[in-house]
Design a protein around this ligand. Structure first.
Ligand code: UT7
Length: 331
C-alpha cells in the first residue's frame, strides 16, 4: 500500500486595508521609524479598524480567498482548524463559526492555541488526521486580531504586532509530497515572559485588572528574543540533520515573522542564502498565528512542485518547532 502523505493543495490570505505605519506610531508612543525598522524589520502593520469585527472576520476572508482560487466546494471540507491567540470569544469556538459562515456544512472544527506556533502545530494536527486516513480535506487557518489585545501606550509591544489571516488546505498525496517530518517542542518556563495576565481562570477580569492594564499582551522582549533565536535555529538544524539534508537541499525557509533579526539568525544557523528566506514582516509585522500562511500566500507564485520548505516558529508558552514539507503544486 502506498503511504499517504498530507500535502498543501491551496492557500489563501486576508489582511485589512488599514496600514499603521511606523511614522504614525511615533505619534502614539516614544519611538521612531529608524529604531523600529533596524530592531525589527517592520515598516507597517495592518489593523482591522471595525470594532464590531473579530478574528473570525479575518479567518473567513482568508478561507473565502482559498475557496475561490481553488474552486473548492466548501461542503467537501471535513474539518476546520483555526490557530489563534485572539478567538472571537472565550468558550464559543471561532473555528465552528468560521466553518458555518464559509458553508463548510459537513465539517467539524475547533481552535488551536499555541501562541505564535499555533499554525505550525495545526499543520502537524492536520497532517496526522490525513495520514491516518480519517479525513481528506482539512482547512487550516491561522488568524489573529492582535490589535484587540495590544496596549497602544506600550512601545515594547505595540510596534510589533499586526492583524491578518492565512489559510491552507491539506489533502492526501500519493507522490510522497507534503509534510515529511516535524520537530515540535514546548516549555512552561515561558509563561512568565510573554502573556496576558488577566481574563483567564487564574486571574479573572476585575476592576483592578482593567485598571492595571493586565488584559493586554505583555512581554519581556529581550528574554523572549534570546529563547526565540536559539530554539528556532536549533529546531531547524535538528530537522535538517535528522533528514540528512544540507542547505543545498532546502529551497525555502518559512520562518515565523516576529523580528527580522530572529529570522536572519535562524537562516544563518542552517547556512541558507538570503534569497531562500521568505520574509514579509516589513508589510505586516508579527501577525502571530497568521505569519506562516501569509508567507505561503505571498510566495505561492514562486513555489514549484517538489520544493523543499522548512517552516520554523517560536511563540508564547513557550512553544516552538520546525516542519519539513515538500510543496505539492505549481500555481
Ligand atoms: O512572536 C514571538 C514572540 N515575540 C518575539 O519573538 C519578540 C522578541 N523580542 C523582540 O523582538 C525584541 O526584544 C524587541 C523588538 C521587542 C525589542 O528589541 P531589543 O533590541 O531587544 O530592545 P531592548 O528591549 O533591549 O531595548 C533596547 C532599548 C531600551 O532602552 P535603554 O534601556 O537601552 O535606554 C528600551 O527602553 O530600546 C528601548 N526601546 C525602544 N526605543 C524606541 C524599547 N522599545 C522601544 C521602541 N522605540 N519601540
Amino acid at each position: 500500500m502506498i503511504k499517504k502523505t498530507a500535502a498543501i493543495t491551496a492557500v489563501g490570505k486576508y489582511v485589512p486595508d488599514y496600514a499603521l505605519t511606523n511614522k504614525e506610531l511615533e505619534k502614539l508612543v516614544d519611538t521612531n521609524d529608524e529604531w523600529i525598522y533596524t530592531r525589527t524589520g517592520i515598516k507597517e502593520r495592518r489593523i482591522l479598524k471595525d470594532s464590531d469585527k473579530g478574528t473570525s472576520y479575518l479567518a473567513i476572508k482568508a478561507a473565502e480567498d482559498l475557496i475561490e482560487k481553488k474552486g473548492l466546494d466548501p461542503s467537501e471540507i471535513d474539518m476546520v482548524l483555526v490557530g489563534t491567540a485572539t478567538p472571537d470569544m472565550n468558550v464559543a469556538s471561532t473555528a465552528v463559526y468560521v466553518a458555518s459562515q464559509i458553508g463548510a456544512v459537513n465539517a467539524f472544527g475547533y481552535d488551536l492555541q499555541a501562541a505564535c506556533s499555533s499554525f505550525l502545530y495545526a499543520m502537524s494536527t492536520a497532517a496526522a488526521y490525513i495520514e491516518s486516513g480519517r479525513y481528506r480535506k482539512v482547512l487550516v487557518i491561522g488568524a489573529d486580531k492582535m490589535s484587540s489585545i495590544v496596549d497602544y501606550t506600550d512601545r515594547t509591544t505595540c510596534i510589533i504586532f499586526g492583524d491578518g489571516a492565512g489559510a491552507a488546505l491539506f489533502e492526501p498525496n500519493e507522490e510522497g509530497l507534503g509534510l515529511q517530518d516535524e520537530y515540535l517542542r514546548s516549555d512552561g518556563v515561558g509563561r512568565e515572559f510573554l502573556r496576558i495576565e488577566a481574563g483567564g481562570s487564574l486571574l479573572p477580569t476585575s476592576e483592578d485588572t482593567l485598571k492595571n492594564r493586565q488584559h493586554y499582551i505583555q512581554q519581556e522582549g529581550k528574554t523572549v528574543f534570546k529563547y526565540a533565536v536559539s530554539n528556532m535555529a536549533d529546531a531547524s538544524e535538528k530537522l535538517l540533520q535528522r533528514n540528512n539534508l544540507t542547505n543545498e537541499d532546502i529551497d525555502w525557509l518559512a520562518p515565523h515573522q516576529a523580528n527580522k533579526r530572529i529570522i536572519e539568525a535562524t537562516a544563518r544557523r542552517i547556512n541558507l542564502d538570503k534569497d531562500k528566506v521568505m520574509i514579509n514582516i516589513q508589510n505586516y509585522g508579527n501577525t502571530t498565528s497568521a505569519t506562516l500562511p501569509l508567507l505561503l500566500a505571498d510566495y505561492e507564485h514562486k513555489l514549484k512542485k517538489g520544493d523543499s520548505i522548512v517552516f520554523a516558529a517560536f511563540g508564547g508558552g513557550f512553544t516552538w518547532g520546525a516542519i519539513y514539507l515538500k510543496w505539492a503544486y505549481n500555481s
